[in-house]
Structure formats: C-alpha cells, structure tokens
Design a protein around this ligand. Structure first.
Ligand code: AR6
Length: 176
C-alpha cells in the first residue's frame, strides 16, 4: 500500500483521523498552542491519562524526541500521540531530535494500528524552530519512515495554521 502525504490548513483538533500528534512539553500537563487546543477540545480524559503516565512511566517527564499515546477524549480521533519537540537554538543543531519526534510518533501510531495520522508543525511555535527547516525535516523524516513500513499507514496529514507554514510545507513536499 502506498501512504499518502497530504497538507491541510486548519485546526488540528478538528481532523478526523486515527491519531492526532500533540506538540507537547515534557511535563505532559498541557500548555499553549497545539497542546492547549488539544486539551481544551479533547476534555479532561486526556489530562487524566497524562497524569497517570507521569505517575507511572515518566516521573521525570517525557524526554525530548520521544512519543507516548493517550486517549483522544472528545476529539474526532482515537488517540493523541504526545511528543516533545526541541526548543530551537542558534548554537546547537538538534534537528536529530526534531526528526525523532516524527519517527517515534509514527512508530507509536503503527503499534496502535493507527492508519491515518495528523501532525502539527512541531517546534515551530513557542519553540521557535524556523518553519522552512522544520517542514523539510518533517517531510523527509515521514517519507523515510513510511518507506520502511509501507503497509502501516494510509495517510499522513500535515496540518498547519497559517499561510507561511502552508507555503513552507508545499515547498518541502515538492522537493525530492
Ligand atoms: N492547529 C494546527 N496548528 C496549530 C494550532 C492548531 N490548533 N495551534 C497552533 N498551531 P506550538 P511548539 C501551530 O507552539 O513550538 C506549548 O505550550 C503553530 O502556529 O503549539 O512545539 C507546549 O505545551 C505552530 O506553527 O508548539 C509546549 O510547551 C505549530 O502549530 C510548547 O508550546 C506549533 O506551535 C511546544 O512548542
């Protein structure tokens, strides 16, 4: 099966998919941006599972570049996959951690049997990653991951908020 990579401009909390990826922070206890929107619309069930994960497996928080799933609560999805992007730094290139977010989220999705997955532009808001570079990393990592698991996914959807991000993803998707 061929996995489609698609691009949508809109609100990630309104995507009808199997799994929605959250641009979380390591506390797993919510924040602004995508994280705030997911908890607001998804309801308290998501936070309750996040708290349980903190109490069991992630007492020190979810490390940057890793991913973990919870229920999607009231969102039109089955799961939320929380991942922690790196904060952009001018002195240290942590593109490897940004790529890891996409690879680990997809690995988690495949384990769950999620065939459609929606990704926000991880790290490009509060964490200040330049959108053109983040879009290239996102697209290249998703392409490489789905190439190794061609049967796992039907659609990977990149969901962006603004025109600039949309243009950056269009450019990245047009590159080979
Ligand atoms: N749907 C789609 N995209 C969105 C939405 C939405 N509802 N809301 C924002 N964006 P951010 P980060 C875009 O800041 O940079 C939180 O406080 C936004 O325009 O959500 O990884 C967490 O708790 C931007 O392009 O995530 C962490 O502390 C992109 O989504 C921290 O922010 C990501 O912006 C994570 O920062």
């Amino acid at each position: 099966m061929h996995t489609r990579l698609t691009l949508t401009q809109g609100d990630i909390t309104q995507q009808t998919v199997d799994a929605v990826v959250n641009a979380a922070n390591s506390s797993l206890l919510g924040g602004g941006g995508v994280d705030g929107a997911i908890h607001r619309r998804g309801g308290p069930e998501i936070l309750a599972e996040c708290r349980a994960l903190r109490a069991s497996r992630y007492g020190r928080g979810l490390p940057t570049g890793q991913a973990v799933a919870t229920t999607a609560g009231r969102l039109p999805a089955r799961w939320v996959i929380h991942t922690v992007g790196p904060v952009h730094s001018a002195t240290e290139d942590r593109s490897d951690l940004l790529a890891s977010c996409y690879a680990q989220a997809l690995r988690t999705a495949a384990e769950l049997g999620a065939r459609t997955v929606a990704f926000p532009a991880i790290s490009t808001g509060v964490y200040r990653w330049p959108i053109a570079d983040a879009a290239r990393t996102a697209v290249a990592t998703v392409r490489a991951t789905v190439a190794t698991t061609p049967e796992a996914f039907d659609e990977i959807r990149f969901v962006v908020f603004d025109d600039r991000s949309h243009a950056a993803y269009q450019t990245a998707l047009a590159e080979h």
